[in-house]
Ligand binder design. Sequence first.
Ligand SMILES: Nc1ncnc2c1ncn2[C@@H]1O[C@H](COP(=O)(O)OP(=O)(O)O)[C@@H](O)[C@H]1O
Ligand SMILES: [Mg+2]
Length: 197
Amino acid sequence: MPNRLFYRQHSTHVMKTEGFTIWLTGLSGAGKSTIAEMLHREFLERQLPCETLDGDVVREHLSKGLSFSREDRDINVMRIGFVANLLARHGVVVIVSAISPYNDARNLVRQRIDNFIEVYVKCPIEECERRDVKGLYKKARTGVIKSFTGIDDPYEEPLQPEVICYTDHETVEHSVEKILHYLERAEYISAAIKISE
Ligand SMILES: Nc1ncnc2c1ncn2[C@@H]1O[C@H](COP(=O)(O)OP(=O)(O)O)[C@@H](O)[C@H]1O
Ligand SMILES: [Mg+2]
């Protein structure tokens, strides 16, 4: 089967990068999706296969129907972790942007999957509320929506994240640079394979 052999040789050559998962956690409006988008573009520029699992999109599809109870939030996080692992083990760079408010659930994902990089997208709730990107804080304050993270539902700060982005006083570019630097230092990506260099 010469074709199959060729495919194998070809694929090992292409998939020289081990996959990994960058897990962006933080309050609603902290900047997870914004950072994820820019990171995604950076990886594509470096010709790395990349997939983003965004909390809002996942809840429309993979986790449709789940509530915002602790149990359902944990199920959501475990599902995202499961898919991230499937992708990463085939060499894909996976970006997760999801509030993922509980330490236990994030730590369980960390234990279950290889190459897990937790990024705390840190922003004071006052600033998130001022941004109110999706108008959800207003709805939470007026009681239109219940169990809103940071208002009437908990957010547990990561205890030992690999990277912290302070999005109230960093630009998006700076936050993305910090993550890329960490990945280079930890040898997940090589600065040398950046196309522009
Ligand atoms: N350093 C930063 N990183 C990310 N977003 C930032 C930063 N500074 C300001 N912002 C702004 O904050 C908002 C974050 O919204 P979004 O990315 O949708 O948050 P999340 O996905 O965490 O709910 C955007 O309007 C973005 O432009
Ligand atoms: Mg988002």
